[in-house]
Design a binder for this molecule. Structure first.
Ligand SMILES: NC(=O)c1ccc[n+]([C@@H]2O[C@H](COP(=O)([O-])OP(=O)(O)OC[C@H]3O[C@@H](n4cnc5c(N)ncnc54)[C@H](OP(=O)(O)O)[C@@H]3O)[C@@H](O)[C@H]2O)c1
Length: 307
């Protein structure tokens, strides 16, 4: 069997929350990373071997920037087909071998999740990449790890506990499992899927990985143990939240778009618990232990309290 060896990676969004972790993981894995930044960006892509400021709306400018690169990875925020198509076409013109889409979402493979308005743009981009892939012009991959395992999601009280208000919101009882990933795990996963031993098998596929399967109650219990607080609980029906969000959306009211993340993560049949389709084992990625999860929350909470 022939091996695919990638050495150089151009990274869009290298200075972002997630992009900076992808950059670090690619560096650790030995890739030469060129950060592709917006022309007027003042951000510093620390750790990148090179940094190029490019007009991201210019296909010819991007083609020039991608020449000699094996892979282009995108980690830009709010990706939409109109903008992502430009760099994907440029990657084809430059002779890049693999593109990695800015997905980093939860389960995009189920019919139920595909019907949610929050994933419309990512699905359009995926479809375009699939067309490029099946025409043999380039290979694509994506990495999905569930909701980020970060404080703004898990200590906001939106899903589970808010340690400041001592309130916890649960959905369908709070015991539904979703797979969640630290930004480091997502970075590691991007590096792994491009490695010579996995590059061929990850071609034209979306790869699911995670750090830990968690529930709203599990995280609340951990936060309660660390802080010694008691949490007052509210419980909502996922069906009701979803119906209500669709009713608003259909009237043109976008104020409830975030509510779609509740069925996306915890709804039956949406696939938020994707352990059975995850590549953790194949890629050699260990699940976090309960102790590691608890330690991570201790660190989140001590930073929040300025301790
Ligand atoms: N699963 C989850 O829970 C979750 C949560 C948040 C985000 N995401 C996904 O993760 C991916 C990356 O999002 P992120 O939040 O990490 O991105 P981010 O930190 O907001 O931005 C990443 C970088 O993208 C570059 N960039 C390119 N075009 C840009 C534009 N039009 N506006 C602003 N910055 C632009 C900027 O770098 P330069 O200045 O160097 O050009 C910026 O530093 C997206 O696919 C997003 O949907 C997932």
């Amino acid at each position: 069997m022939s091996t695919t060896t990638f050495r150089s990676v151009a990274l869009l969004g290298a200075t972002g929350n997630l992009g900076s972790k992808i950059l670090a993981a690619l560096n650790t894995a030995g890739y030469t990373v060129t950060a592709i930044q917006r022309k007027d960006s003042k951000n510093v892509a620390s750790g990148a071997a090179n940094s190029l400021k490019v007009d991201l709306t210019s296909e010819s400018g991007l083609t020039e920037a991608f020449k000699g690169q094996d892979v282009v990875v995108s980690a830009v925020p709010n990706p939409v087909l109109a903008t992502e198509k430009v760099w994907m076409d440029a990657a084809v013109s430059a002779g890049v071998k693999r593109i990695v889409l800015s997905e980093y979402s939860t389960n995009l493979e189920t019919k139920l999740s595909q019907a949610l308005p929050i994933v419309k743009d990512k699905l359009e981009i995926r479809k375009y990449a699939e067309t490029l892939g099946s025409s043999g012009k380039i290979g694509w991959s994506s990495v999905n790890g569930g909701p980020f395992f970060v404080p703004f999601i898990w200590t906001s009280g939106w899903m589970g506990a808010n340690p400041k208000t001592k309130k916890a919101s649960y959905h369908d009882g709070g015991n539904k499992i979703v797979c969640t990933s630290t930004l480091e795990r997502i970075g590691e996963s991007v590096a792994k899927i491009l490695a010579p031993e996995h590059a061929a098998e990850t071609k034209n596929k979306s790869i699911y990985t995670y750090s830990a399967p968690v529930s709203e109650r599990k995280i609340t219990d951990i936060i309660a143990k660390i802080t010694g607080s008691n949490f007052s609980e509210t419980n909502s029906s996922i069906d009701e939240v979803t119906k209500d969000a669709f009713a608003a959306f259909e009237k043109g009211d976008m104020s409830k778009m975030m509510h779609f993340y509740i069925p996306f993560c915890f709804g039956d049949g949406y696939g938020g618990d994707f352990r059975d389709q995850a590549w953790n084992e194949k890629l050699g990625l260990k699940e976090m232990s309960d102790k590691e999860v608890e330690d991570m929350f201790r660190s989140f909470l001590s930073k929040k309290n300025g301790a």
